[in-house]
Design a protein. Structure first.
Ligand code: MN
Length: 234
């Protein structure tokens, strides 16, 4: 009899526990000071500890009641047109910043892998012209948003930008693909140190970009089963 009760309890638990665990702030792999002088410590602490944390908190509130099958952050992004504004803004905010922290690093002189270098040469001639294109996309983004390097569904590299906290995984995005590099151009990303000089921030950020991480992301994106599906609106 006791076994039957236990079994029923587990069933009820599984049925009711049909939501996901809470989204959390990812761990930073370096200290707030580590990216100085390109990104100052105060900006890092507020950007990561306050802005990103707020996106996470608001995302956790926004997903209450959504079925667990569609719970992953990626899945929320892919079907964002069917979700609330709060999920679009805070889910995008969580995804975008998580990628941003990951592709930054205090390591000096990291280099793209041979595979990524070859793709950069094929698509942009060289690394400098890629940086120029990203900076062009980032500096002409009016107001708040992001600049991206993505792997497109036909496995090419492309540069694009999105407004607010949108990203190229979203089904509402004009250009779609798997992001491997993200640059935050919201004023909160640079204003304390660079004030209105977004171009100076964009000049400095390349000192702290981790090409080893980006190379790994490139290799993973090429074989990601999600990639072909980004061709059409999901
Ligand atoms: Mn930001």
């Amino acid at each position: 009899m006791r076994h039957i009760y236990s079994f029923s309890f587990i069933l009820v638990f599984l049925t009711c526990h049909n939501t996901w665990s809470q989204f959390t702030l990812p761990k930073l792999n370096y200290s707030y000071e580590a990216l100085e002088p390109s990104i100052d410590s105060l900006t890092m602490s507020i950007h990561y500890g306050k802005h990103h944390q707020t996106y996470v908190n608001n995302l956790n509130k926004a997903v209450v009641g959504i079925h667990a099958d569609s719970s992953s952050l990626i899945s929320l992004m892919l079907h964002v047109s069917k979700r609330s504004e709060a999920i679009r803004n805070n889910g995008g905010g969580h995804y975008n910043h998580s990628l941003f922290w990951e592709i930054l690093s205090p390591k000096k002189n990291t280099k793209p892998s041979d595979e990524l270098s070859k793709a950069i040469q094929e698509n942009f001639v060289n690394l400098d012209s890629l940086k120029k294109m990203v900076n062009q996309a980032a500096s002409t983004r009016f107001g708040s948003g992001w600049a991206w390097v993505i792997v497109t569904p036909d496995k090419k590299l492309a540069v694009c930008s999105t407004p607010n906290q949108d990203n190229p995984l979203m089904d509402i995005s004009k250009m779609r693909g798997i992001p491997i590099l993200a640059i935050d151009v919201w004023e909160h990303a640079y204003y304390l140190k660079y004030q209105n000089k977004r171009v100076d921030y964009l000049g400095a950020i390349w000192n702290v970009i981790d090409w080893e991480v980006i190379s790994k992301k490139y290799a993973e994106a090429l074989v990601d089963p999600l990639l072909p599906h980004l061709k059409r609106k999901l």
